[in-house]
Design a protein around this ligand. Structure first.
Ligand SMILES: [Zn+2]
Length: 298
């Protein structure tokens, strides 16, 4: 139900961007090479603002190598990416290439499930053909945070990440870590290895929790401080403590975090929530949404 409602709202926006891009392309058939670097001349307000582009990183996890291309009929200045380091393209997380606000959208027969991240100052990025979304619509994400899973929804012949960088809706030549990528017509000519998320996301790990969880003052259940609402949450680190068990499911790890709701007279900061509430991991596992083990608390 949710995706149907979103589709109705999203479609006019998407078509609008599409039409704008096509019209712009027709009016300016040959964008000069290095146009986005004309910033330094500061000739127009719009160009000058390009100087403030976020330092975009690759839209897939740290250390992975992918190849990319811009095929015939591709929209705007998109690049399609597939994985070439032996791992499977389908099922690999898409990461936010810069911090911003996530919009989870859907376009049948086109982008499929797609995420638009609004980075501010007119900059947005697109991630098309996702098999699923990883954070709630409207969530704020840090650079390197997982936003979706690579899939093949919409007009797609196989799993890949269709990625775009736009400035006020106008597709830009893609830059990663401040350097422009090439636009080969086929895969296996140019490659990029990601450093996105290598340093974590500002000391926070992002996790999905399947139910509201009580937060405590320590790694046990003796002094409740408040509640962490279910959904995508950040945690700082983990400590080993009292076992939380339900039937055959158990976990000894406790995750330090800031609670969504604090009980009267209690402290919701740096409270501990059981890793039992993590959505996708097993007994005594404490991993983030990217599958990385959450670091031990100092
Ligand atoms: Zn594409």
């Amino acid at each position: 139900m949710k995706s149907i409602r979103v589709a109705v709202l999203a479609l006019p926006l998407f078509i609008g961007l599409f039409a704008f891009a096509d019209a712009a392309a027709a009016a300016k058939p040959a964008k000069p090479a290095g146009a986005s670097r004309a910033v330094k001349s500061g000739k127009s307000g719009k160009s000058a603002k390009l100087a403030f582009a976020p330092n975009f990183k690759a839209p897939f996890p740290c250390g992975q190598q992918w190849t990319y291309s811009h095929h015939d009929g591709e929209v705007r200045r998109a690049l399609d990416f597939i994985r070439t380091d032996g791992g499977s393209t389908g099922g690999t997380p898409n990461l936010a290439s810069a911090a911003g606000t996530v919009h989870n959208l859907y376009q049948e027969g086109g982008a499929g499930n797609y995420v638009q991240i609004d980075h501010g100052d007119g900059w947005t990025t697109f991630y098309f053909h996702l098999s699923s979304f990883s954070v709630g619509d409207g969530s704020y994400v840090e650079q390197g945070q997982e936003i979706g899973i690579t899939g093949s929804t919409g007009a797609s012949s196989g799993p890949h990440i269709h990625y775009e960088q736009l400035y006020f809706g106008d597709g830009q030549d893609i830059q990663i870590n401040g350097g422009g990528l090439g636009y080969p017509g086929e895969y296996y000519q140019e490659y990029i290895t990601s450093d996105n998320g290598c340093g974590g996301t500002g000391g926070k790990s992002y996790v999905d929790t399947f139910d509201n969880a009580t937060g405590y003052n320590d790694a046990n259940m003796s002094d409740a401080q408040g509640t962490l609402f279910k959904g995508t949450n950040y945690v700082y680190c983990k400590v080993y403590g009292a076992e939380v068990r339900s039937g055959d499911s158990f976990n000894h790890w406790w995750l330090r975090t800031d609670l969504d709701e604090t009980f009267p007279g209690k402290n919701g900061r740096n409270a501990y929530v059981s890793a039992y509430y993590l959505s996708r991991w097993g007994n005594d596992e404490a991993k983030d949404n990217n599958g990385n083990v959450i670091p031990d608390c100092p």
